[in-house]
Design a protein. Structure first.
Length: 261
């Protein structure tokens, strides 16, 4: 069996930055054990699998160790493949997902804009394990359905933290977002997910479902410019739209080929 595959760097205009995702194009769904084995073999933070349907595409996302309910950068990468490699002839693509409902991605100039659910976080008590894992106590801690979010005072602090991944993996959450006001943008962040096989994710679209409503409220504006200050780095153009968030970015083709199984 031959499976067309593309590797796309998402939330960047140039290769070797942003967040790499694999996008695999299937005729029909394969067994989940095969999908998981392909994702493990790719060994990227996410591998997206697409099957075309009557309105667009069914879409699923896998880390090297598990399927996830929502992934931003691999959705952006999937849309990039359809628009620019497969020549999708409409300005919007509808992706049907198992756990996050219908998601659309639209072309807006040189940006691809994703329409995702807004997930405002709620304040919670900081734990000693979180502070020890991050190496510094955050100013505030919040929780969403899946993640913890630690808020710090400066971009320098967020960029400089070197978390203990074994301690982070002990926390009862999918991942940990750290964030602060940005020096040259509205806010910055990083994301750690050792529990799902991603020590640090270079750019995390799904985390911005939490970050956008939080910073929109704090800064008193709905249009936001964000950067993820991982080693690779990435740039996001964001908007809060009631119970949805618009997350836009660029992407670059790194690789195309064929999986043979």
């Amino acid at each position: 069996m031959n499976i067309p595959m593309y590797q796309i760097d998402a939330f960047t205009a140039t290769v070797f930055s942003g967040n790499p995702a694999a996008v695999c194009l299937l005729d029909t769904w394969l067994d989940d054990t095969v999908l998981q084995a392909v994702a493990a073999e790719n060994n990227l933070s996410e591998t997206a699998f697409l099957v075309q349907n009557t309105t667009g595409f069914d879409l699923r996302w896998f880390t090297p160790v598990t399927e996830v309910a929502l992934c931003g950068h691999a959705t952006l990468a999937s849309a990039f493949v359809q628009f620019y490699c497969q020549h999708w002839n409409k300005d919007t693509i509808l992706f049907d997902t198992r756990h996050s409902g219908p998601l659309t991605v639209a072309r807006k100039g040189d940006l691809l804009e994703m329409d995702f659910p807004s997930r405002p976080p709620a304040a919670c008590e900081p734990s000693d394990t979180l502070s020890r894992a991050l190496g510094e106590a955050p100013r505030q801690v919040y929780e969403s359905d899946e993640d913890l979010m630690a808020v710090f005072d400066s971009e320098t602090t967020v960029a400089g933290l070197q978390p203990d991944m074994s301690l982070l993996a002990q926390l009862d959450s999918r991942g940990i977002i750290i964030t602060a006001p940005g020096d040259h943008c509205d806010f910055v962040s990083r994301f750690f997910g050792p529990k799902v096989g991603i020590p640090e994710d270079p750019v995390t679209g799904s985390a911005h479902c939490v970050l956008i409503p939080f910073w929109a409220s704090k800064l008193g504006k709905n249009d936001l410019h964000a950067r993820q200050v991982s080693q690779r780095g990435g740039e996001l153009f964001c908007q809060l739209a009631h119970d949805r968030v618009m997350i836009a970015g660029r992407a670059a083709l790194y690789l195309e080929g064929m999986i043979k199984i």
